[in-house]
Design a protein around this ligand. Structure first.
Ligand SMILES: *Cc1c(COP(=O)(O)O)cnc(C)c1O
Length: 243
């Protein structure tokens, strides 16, 4: 077995065990493979092992891989899907809509309007997740759930006919004790329930939460999608250069 096949087998065991412990079925949790910093060949290798959903952080970076990935996406059976999970600047919205099958890091009304226009021009309906900021770290992206901006976005989303708002995404704070991580995941679920009730025209079903270090906790707290990079592909080398 290749290193990647071994990592995937180990990961699948851990996911199955977390699902069992939480009394959930494995089918309730989608595995997103986070392929940022890894080349298209690695994505193809992971795809051959059965993975179909990939997460990328940067528009530019994925643009360089996309020609090799496209044949796998255009296939009718088991098509590969690539979503953007990193922060997106409004001025790159058009390019992002051209490149990605979904944007999981929607964090402003302005960006939503831009994505909607771009998707309209391409005749697409674009799946999006709202990224929610649940930890006080300055560096964290996402919408503050109690902000006026969040309320404005949620009010407006049902009118943006080229966007398909499917749920919420969050990144837990880094290097904190387990109860803090768990509280963050539980809070995301709470916001989904509150917003699903307050905005019945939105079908907020997806809870994208949990990464290599904390996916078991996330599954226990109701994650429907986990985003795993390191545990699959190994340690990343740091980014060099610009976005
Ligand atoms: C990099 C990244 C991940 C994956 O993190 P790992 O710890 O490598 O599993 C998940 N989500 C987001 C938003 C990321 O940027």
């Amino acid at each position: 077995m290749s290193g990647l096949a071994e990592n995937l087998a180990r990961l699948e065991e851990a996911i199955a065990s977390a699902c069992r412990a939480a009394g959930r079925s494995r089918g309730e949790v989608d595995l997103m493979a986070v392929s940022k910093t890894y080349p298209a060949a690695t994505i193809a290798e992971a795809e051959a092992l059965g993975l179909t959903l990939f997460g990328e952080n940067r528009v530019q970076e994925f643009a360089a891989k996309v020609s090799e990935i496209d044949p796998l996406r255009l296939r009718a059976e088991r098509p590969l899907r690539a979503h953007l999970i990193g922060h997106l600047q409004s001025n790159k919205a058009q390019r992002a809509v051209e490149l990605f099958d979904g944007i999981d890091s929607l964090d402003s009304l302005r960006l939503a309007e831009r994505l909607n226009e771009a998707a309209g021009r391409l005749g697409k309906r674009l799946p999006v997740l709202i990224e929610v900021k649940l930890s006080p770290e300055e560096t964290k992206a996402g919408l503050e759930p109690e902000s006026a901006e969040a309320a404005a976005l949620l009010e407006r989303l049902p009118e943006l006919e080229h966007l398909d708002a499917r749920g919420l995404m969050t990144i837990a704070p880094w290097g904190v004790a387990e109860p803090v991580t768990r509280a963050c995941f539980r809070a995301l679920r709470g916001w989904r329930e509150r917003w699903a009730a307050a905005y019945p025209r939105l079908a907020l079903e997806v809870l994208s939460m949990g990464m290599s270090g904390d996916f078991a906790l996330a599954i226990d707290e109701g994650a429907t999608r986990i985003r795993v990079g390191t545990a699959l592909f190994g340690k990343r080398s740091p980014y060099t250069g610009t976005a």
